[in-house]
Design a protein around this ligand. Structure first.
Ligand SMILES: Cc1ncc(COP(=O)(O)O)c(C=O)c1O
Length: 462
């Protein structure tokens, strides 16, 4: 690990008698020092143990501050190299239109995406990988089954049944490199069976639509209201298949109501329409009993998909499909043609992680964290932006806020970016124009950061 040559005691003054908790004070002072370059880009920070000793606080206070500032992009932490101050222009993750101004400024990035990567269960994952490496026989290092490692297919059938009410035999589970690859396979497999028109929610994930359409399907937009996909509009489309996000509609966040689910399934049954269910973040549900997967109600009509991108990390590129029996072989053959199967060792690590209960523990822990963050965001919105209407707050890692009619959502997002707060815009995901709205992801930021971001957003809107 590189040695630190910065004297943080000169930059940080903790007040033990203050009503602000020590971890909040440390975060804020480190953030301020990084923001105004008293802590220069690239500077190596002391280890958490050393800094805790020097400041006379518990190590947890320092770990918490470092983790949060890594999540906010002020610090970077590399295994074996310790923690250092981010070199912002190179590391800023802004990909929007305001690059020059935004790339220079530290970002509070509320655009929907991954969960809190600082919460990745590094130790448990490493332990699972070590166990796999110790026991895996040599012949498993050869090409694997293109459908996925049997251990993982079994562990997933079990997990999805238990947590999402999915009904699947191991054989119906196909492991894919993220649900993005799964969508491409589904698009091509459906096309091969004669499907031509695929109804998609409007709005819906722009990338998901691209993956599906790559195989030649024609996409037909269907509006979404507060209860999910609008059935009358869907019936009018003449679609052969429908792609939807019933548990937490992306991006609005609404859940498909029980009545709509029943209506949708009855219609799909009558018309012989296949449903594609994207269950991208359903593990995170805060206020009500989990809403089970549609697939569990009609496994013969629903193609189900999910991944670890929201729960663990997109970098793992591990996802799954659960297929109606008649589609299984065709999808496995397409997967084989694509890449001869996903890498075996990470699959075995995930199977081990699931089997040992590590995934359940990780979900319980992150659910608590994300719920507090969501509550803090809602509180801040109520206080500083009472004119917006939050939607889709019960689940997931983001919510949407409807802006007053006539607001230019892109202008608001641009002004917020100038104040170092990046927000998602609903328009990016729309196929047809609709109410102005922003998307706010809360999972990656601590409560005080969310409060700060909402205040900046309120200033931008005013
Ligand atoms: C709504 C939605 N569906 C699907 C995906 C695909 O994720 P992955 O390919 O990482 O599994 C994402 C990723 O952000 C998403 O937001």
């Amino acid at each position: 690990m590189g040695r630190s040559n910065v004297d943080l005691e000169l930059l940080v003054r903790l007040d033990q008698s203050s009503s602000v908790p020590l971890r909040g004070q440390l975060r804020e002072q480190l953030r301020a020092a990084a923001r105004d370059a008293r802590l220069r880009p690239g500077v190596q920070l002391p280890s958490t143990r050393v800094l805790a000793r020097r400041l006379g606080v518990s190590r947890g206070v320092v770990v918490d501050a470092y983790e949060q500032l890594v999540a906010e992009g002020y610090l970077v932490s590399r295994s074996g190299a310790g923690t250092s101050v981010t070199d912002l222009p190179a590391a800023a993750s802004w990909t929007g239109d305001e690059q020059p101004a935004a790339a220079r400024a530290p970002m509070c990035d509320l655009r929907p995406g991954a969960g809190a990567l600082s919460q990745f269960p590094r130790d448990a994952w490493q332990a699972a990988e070590r166990r796999v490496m110790r026991h895996v026989p040599d012949d498993r290092l050869n090409y694997g089954d293109p459908a996925g490692a049997p251990e993982l297919r079994g562990a997933l059938a079990d997990y999805l049944g238990r947590v999402r009410g999915v009904s699947a035999s191991d054989r119906q589970v196909v492991v894919v490199s993220g649900f993005a690859q799964g969508l491409g396979l589904i698009g091509r497999a459906l096309y091969a069976t004669g499907v031509r028109r695929l109804a998609v929610e409007d709005p819906s994930h722009v990338e998901a639509r691209r993956q599906l359409a790559a195989g030649g399907l024609e996409l037909v937009p269907v509006p979404v209201d507060d209860s999910g996909i609008v059935m009358d509009a869907l019936r009018d489309t003449d679609a052969d298949a429908v792609m939807l996000t019933p548990a937490h509609q992306f991006p609005t966040g609404v859940a498909l109501t029980a009545d709509r689910r029943a209506e949708l399934l009855a219609w799909a049954d009558r018309s012989g329409t296949i449903l594609v269910e994207d269950d991208y973040d359903a593990e995170y549900r805060y206020d009500r009993q989990p809403v089970g997967a549609l697939q569990g109600l009609r496994p013969d009509l629903v193609i189900y998909g999910g991944s670890v991108s929201k729960t663990l990390a997109p970098a793992l590129r591990l996802g799954w499909l659960v297929l109606p029996a008649p589609l299984v072989d065709a999808v496995i053959e397409l997967k084989r043609l694509d890449d001869l199967g996903s890498p075996t060792l990470p699959q075995l690590a995930l199977a081990e992680f699931l089997r040992q209960g590590d995934f359940d523990r990780h979900l319980r822990r992150t659910r608590r964290i994300y719920r507090c963050r969501r509550d803090a965001l809602l509180l801040a919105l109520g206080e500083h932006l009472p004119e917006v209407r939050p939607l889709g707050i019960a689940a997931g890692l983001h919510l949407s806020v409807l802006l007053p009619v006539g607001t230019d959502e892109l202008a608001v997002a641009t002004l917020a970016a100038r104040r170092s707060v990046a927000v998602g815009s609903m328009g990016e995901h729309r196929l047809t124009p609709g109410c102005p709205a922003l998307l706010l992801g809360y999972a990656r930021h601590a409560e005080d950061t969310l409060e700060y971001a909402v205040r900046e957003l309120a200033t931008a809107m005013s």
